[in-house]
Write a protein that binds this ligand. Structure first.
Ligand code: FAD
Length: 345
């Protein structure tokens, strides 16, 4: 009955307001959320009664404080900060501004050049231009500084396309890029019916574009876990947070691995395991192969966005990587002024 009640969502009602705490019942399970500045516009704090509370309130989540105030322990945190910054704006890019058939371009910061940029399509015909810098090389929000930063990237190609395009928004900046994992999965006790997901649980340096995908994976994982615990909301948090932590390991390693390549990131610097070192060697060779092999490039993108390593280990691909290494080949060119030419894999 409980399962049907939860999964069928019989009485969905949308309430506007800022959640500011957990209401916990005598059996130490959630009874709802306390809400400040509710939709009626008054200052009164109200309680929304609920059997299941999902904290999806992003990087600013106050869940650790909510748990402590309700008599539970706060989770431990792992933090790694590479001090990245963003400056972004929307552009209208004419079709003839692109070199050849490219419609997406990205150049990542490297330890040798901490400036990066990405130009990618939105589904409304506009493009997003994001500049990102590592190690406190923050891209500026003024026109002149923005342009100079883009010119300083490793490839001039993005600047060329942008100079033929029309800006259609202001420049917006952000420095919310530190990696932070709150280990709800290690808590001895979580109130029944309380789960935490998305950036509220684990937030990453957005450089690898994993945040939206991880939030989606978490939502799917929550649905699967609800079914597996047969709607038992007291069992749900423990089972869900452990399963979520397992799914977050891949994006965490990707984001943190990126930051740790730069000097002086703040936070924990784990020694790579032999397995991780072997995987890093394989990925370096795969990245070289991806400069000529479309299938290799697609496998990297797919695994980065779905957090599933199996496309990287597909036997045909592994054989092509081995053949690439054995042949002693190198990427056909490292000239940043020329677009890469991928061949079908
Ligand atoms: C500069 C930058 C660039 C990024 N680029 C990418 C990218 O290219 N690709 C990608 O996948 N990800 C990117 N991300 C990451 C991505 O935005 C986040 O990972 C994702 O939005 C997290 O989703 P979420 O639902 O967990 O939290 P959010 O999207 O932050 O949503 C949280 C919501 O909760 C609300 N809220 C907060 N507190 C309360 C409260 N107390 N009560 C009620 N409501 C509350 C907020 O108003 C907000 O609407 C980027 C992030 C940044 C900062």
């Amino acid at each position: 009955v409980a399962r049907r009640r939860v999964l069928a969502l019989p009485n969905v009602k949308l309430v506007r307001g800022r959640a500011e705490g957990l209401a916990v019942g005598p059996g130490r399970q959630v009874a709802g959320v306390t809400l400040a500045d509710g939709e009626a516009g008054d200052d009164a704090t109200r309680v929304i009664a609920a059997d299941l509370v999902v904290d999806a309130s992003g990087r600013g989540s106050a869940a650790p404080g909510w748990l402590e105030r309700a008599g539970f322990e706060a989770p431990a945190e792992t933090r790694v900060n590479g001090f990245g910054g963003y400056a972004s704006r929307l552009l209208r890019v004419p079709d003839d501004a692109w070199p050849g058939d490219m419609r997406y371009m990205a150049t990542l910061p490297t330890p040798g050049n901490t400036k990066g940029a990405i130009l990618y399509p939105q589904d409304n015909g506009l493009h997003v231009l994001s500049l990102f810098g590592q190690s406190r090389d923050y891209p500026p929000g003024d026109e002149e500084g923005f342009d100079a930063f883009l010119k300083g990237c490793s490839t001039p190609l993005i600047h060329q396309v942008v100079s033929r395009s029309e800006p259609v928004s202001e420049i917006r900046t952000s420095r919310s890029t530190g990696n932070r994992w709150r280990h709800f999965e290690k808590l001895g006790e979580i109130p029944g019916g309380f789960v935490v997901l998305g950036d509220a649980a684990a937030a990453f340096n957005p450089m690898a574009g994993q945040g939206i995908s991880t939030a989606c994976v978490a939502a799917v994982t929550l649905g699967e876990t609800l079914t597996d615990v047969d709607g038992d909301l007291n069992c749900l948090p423990g089972a869900f947070q452990v399963r979520l932590a397992d799914r977050m390991t891949f994006p965490w390693q990707t984001a943190v691995g990126f930051d740790l390549r730069f000097p002086e990131p703040e936070g924990e610097r784990p020694e790579p395991t032999p397995e991780a070192a072997k995987m890093a060697g394989y990925m370096a060779n795969l990245a070289q192969l991806a400069t000529v092999d479309y299938g290799a490039a697609e496998a990297i993108l797919l695994s980065t966005q779905t957090f599933d390593r199996s496309p990287l280990r597909e036997p045909g691909l592994v054989a092509r990587v081995e053949a690439w290494v054995a042949s002693g080949r190198r990427p056909p060119h490292a000239d940043p002024t020329r677009p890469p030419a991928l061949l079908p894999g």
